[in-house]
Design a protein around this ligand. Structure first.
Ligand code: GLC
Length: 778
């Protein structure tokens, strides 16, 4: 291995220097300034629970750097107390205390109860002669590390080392594939049930090293050592804090939560029509058909190939009438063809990336020699966004962004690092901004689509992204393969994406490359139905994998689960509202709901959908049962209604048509009644399924609804109903539903209450003060 490629845990053999001792300390407009031997550090409290540290080893620290990636702070930090001691300085908000050791400078963060969160020991902040920055933190014995965006491997990242450099990885994603398409340099540390977070706000290539028993570190190839510490104390609090910084996902248009069918590629109008007709004929719901690169004329974005798609408007309208949307792919590479309008205009107006001397950067991608828009420039984002009127005018409401790492077919797999981006008035190299290129592309796409859709919500799907990508796009995990291992890996991958602020994510169901098979497709569709973004996609060389191609058995399983997905949409939609409000993801690792249960900390092969549904996918061929861990409390097997006491592992039957599902006692699940073939169809009856809590216990859930289409919800055009459930006596269940917001009237045909569990028959059900049957329409 070349010595320069070492990004390991130590400081390497290179010329690293410590930040040294503190020379001078003072406050200037609520920012604490620490002038040290190795440069200046600024500390500022964003809120009482979020504090930021910025060290620029080679100049004045800049708190405004990349500020557009962050949300404006909503609330101030309150009063900060600064106490200067002989060897230390203490900076305290009401919730967080930073202890600054003076010589050498070391930072230790405590919460209000005196619990140590993040600390430094022998080593702290360092810089290398090559402009790298490094920060070493202590690792507590019990620490578990989660988040880090899109990573292969298992849920808990302790013991691993990986980099952050948006990379197109077509090769199989292995446990050691450390750099993938998305970079989110954020992690959440769970220590005996309480949590804190750290966001390393640096866009350069970075690396995290979690291998050491006593220390872990993060580093970047350049820029400032800039990070935020979030105090928690719960993991949900950390997510709320992290998303208050980087933004929360808008509520997706309802149709985007339906089933998506894709293929590289559906190549003609006739093929797309036939596809939609087959779904209909087979009674399998479908909301979206994706159009991969073959829809374009010679891979020129913002075109349709006239031969293959002579009447896109007609096709889109026809499908729309059946409740199906078309989502075309848009890559960043613009074909360098002087007869192509987009290229000509881009060159003329200075929209493309280039070098310092004014030459454009050209790279080979699908359209061959291509130029790349400089999305770091507001003018370019606006231009690119506006180009999407080409799609919106045809009736398109969703766009799929791909290749936006950016991926280039050359040795480095990307743009030259010495390309200089405009970066909204602060020019910087591609070396610095590579990781945010895809983020800015999706931001441009989202805003452009939003302008074109005049009030309707756009859906943007992206392959690449950076912290905050959730504001603009859903993320799919790129080119996976039809491997059981990839089905298995998609679970911790999505969970960690959720723990990194991205609630709408999913993997290609059935696997993208290699050949799927009946059993794998059946199992993967079962799982996909419970992951936030549900799309079946495969590549040209792979065997086809639409739900019916493997015969009736697989088709039956796929139909059952795709329909189930539609039945569960009201629950799912309510969870997206929660994510929008609080940053808590839709699919959750078990520890998020059971933080005191250490057994949950490393569970990668089960997850919770919302607070109360435990999903345990089958990830091995021929397996017809599996072990499931149920945290303490009562659970109900969704399929058999059998009650199972938790706090233990159980072996559960899982015939091919069954994915083990357990509902936590106390759960309230709003489900849609009749089978619908599209998410835009009316819900004939909204069912409230109640799983009675244990005696003496109570619980609640907020059912959320809005028009599913517009941004009216932001101005209060929404409906929410808080359902509270209480079991005050053994034979009695009290359910109260209270409308909390009525700015929108849901279009449900009727409503029904269904009480579950073995005791349901014997319970007196009191619903809003009135005794009713355990299955009650109203
Ligand atoms: C990339 C994408 C894949 C797409 C293909 C062709 O490999 O990841 O989803 O089908 O390009 O556009």
């Amino acid at each position: 291995m070349h010595p320069d490629q070492y990004v390991g845990g130590g400081t390497g053999g290179g010329s690293w220097r410590d930040i040294g001792g503190l020379k001078r300390f003072f406050e200037e407009s609520s920012v604490y300034r620490l002038e040290c031997e190795g440069g200046t550090v600024l500390i500022s409290f964003r809120t009482d629970r979020i504090v930021r540290v910025v060290w620029n080893p080679s100049g004045e620290p800049d708190l405004g750097l990349n500020a557009s990636l962050l949300e404006p702070a909503q609330e101030g930090p309150g009063r900060i107390l600064a106490e200067v001691k002989e060897r230390e300085i203490w900076l305290s908000s009401s919730q967080l205390k930073v202890v600054i050791r003076k010589a050498p400078l070391r930072l230790i963060f405590f919460d209000a109860s005196g619990r140590e969160l993040v600390s430094e020991g022998e080593r702290g902040m360092m810089a290398s002669g090559k402009g790298e920055v490094l920060c070493v933190k202590k690792t507590g014995e019990a620490d578990r590390f989660y988040g880090f965006g899109e990573k292969s491997g298992f849920l808990d990242k302790r013991g691993e080392r990986f980099g952050m450099w948006n990379t197109d990885v077509y090769a199989p994603h292995n446990p050691d594939t450390d750099e993938l398409y998305v970079s989110i340099p954020f992690y959440l540390t769970l220590r005996e049930g309480t949590a804190h977070g750290l966001f390393f706000f640096n866009t350069f290539r970075s690396a995290f090293d979690l291998r050491g028993e006593e220390e872990h570190s993060f580093r970047a190839a350049g820029g400032q050592l800039d990070y935020f510490v979030m105090a928690g104390p719960t993991a949900k609090d950390v997510l709320a804090q992290y998303t208050s910084l980087t933004g929360r996902a808008p509520i997706p248009p309802r149709w985007a939560l339906g089933y998506h069918q894709s293929r590289y590629s559906y190549e003609t109008e006739a093929e797309v029509r036939e596809l939609a007709a087959t779904f209909k004929e087979k009674g399998i719901p479908l909301d979206v058909v994706h159009l991969d690169i073959h829809y374009m004329y010679g891979y020129r974005v913002f075109t349709f190939d006239q031969g293959r798609f002579p009447d896109p408007r007609g096709l889109i309208e026809e499908l729309r009438e059946q409740g199906i949307r078309v989502v075309p792919i848009v890559d960043p590479g613009v074909k360098a063809d002087p007869e192509y309008q987009v290229f000509r205009e881009g060159v003329r107006e200075g929209m493309f990336c280039g070098y310092l001397d004014g030459q454009l950067f050209y790279g080979q991608v699908w359209p061959e020699r291509s130029a790349f828009p400089d999305f770091t420039d507001g003018k370019v984002r606006e231009w690119w966004g506006d180009l999407h009127s080409f799609y919106t005018e045809l009736g398109i409401e969703g766009i799929w962004n791909d290749m936006n790492e950016p991926s280039v077919f050359n040795e480095s797999k990307t743009m030259d690092l010495d390309v200089v981006h405009a970066n909204d008035g602060r020019p910087a190299t591609h070396r610095e901004l590579h990781n945010v290129y895809g983020y800015h592309m999706s931001a441009a796409t989202y805003s452009g689509m939003k302008r074109g859709l005049e009030g309707r919500r756009p859906f943007v799907l992206t392959r690449a992204g950076y912290a905050g990508i959730q504001k603009h796009a859903a993320v799919w995990t790129g080119d996976n393969r039809s491997f059981w291992e990839h089905l298995e890996m998609s679970v911790p991958m999505c969970l960690n994406l959720g723990l990194s602020g991205v609630p709408l994510c999913g993997a290609d169901v059935g696997g993208f490359s290699n050949d799927s098979n009946p059993e794998l497709l059946a199992r993967w569709t079962q799982l996909g139905a419970f992951l936030p973004f549900f799309r079946n996609h495969s590549e040209m060389k792979a065997i086809r994998q639409e739900p019916w191609v493997f015969g009736e058995g697989t088709e039956e399983v796929a139909r059952k689960y795709i329909r189930l997905r539609y039945r569960w949409l009201p629950y799912l939609y309510s969870l997206f509202k929660e994510a929008n409000d609080s940053g808590v993801p839709v699919v959750r690792p078990l520890f998020l709901e059971f933080p005191k249960d250490a057994e949950t900390y490393a569970i990668s092969d089960q997850f919770l959908l919302g607070p109360s549904v435990l999903v345990a996918p089958v990830a091995r061929p021929h397996a017809r049962r599996r072990m499931v861990y149920l945290p303490a409390g009562g659970w109900v097997n969704y399929w058999t209604e059998e009650r199972v006491e938790g706090g233990r592992h159980v072996v559960v039957d899982a015939p091919l048509d069954t994915i083990p599902l357990f509902v936590r006692e106390g759960a309230v699940l709003p489900l849609a009644a009749a089978d619908r073939l599209s998410a835009s169809e009316r819900v004939e009856e909204l069912e409230l399924h109640v799983y009675p809590p244990a005696i003496g216990e109570s619980s609640e859930f907020t059912l959320y609804e809005d028009d599913g289409t517009t941004f009216g919800y932001e101005a209060g055009a929404c409906y929410s109903e808080r359902v509270s459930v209480r079991r005050s006596a053994p034979g009695q269940l009290e359910i109260a539903s209270r409308v909390e917001r009525d700015g929108y009237s849901p279009d449900w045909g009727g409503r029904k209450l269904v009480v579950h569990g073995e005791a349901a028959e014997r319970l007196d059900v009191i619903f809003n003060g009135k005794k009713v049957a355990n299955c009650y329409s109203y």
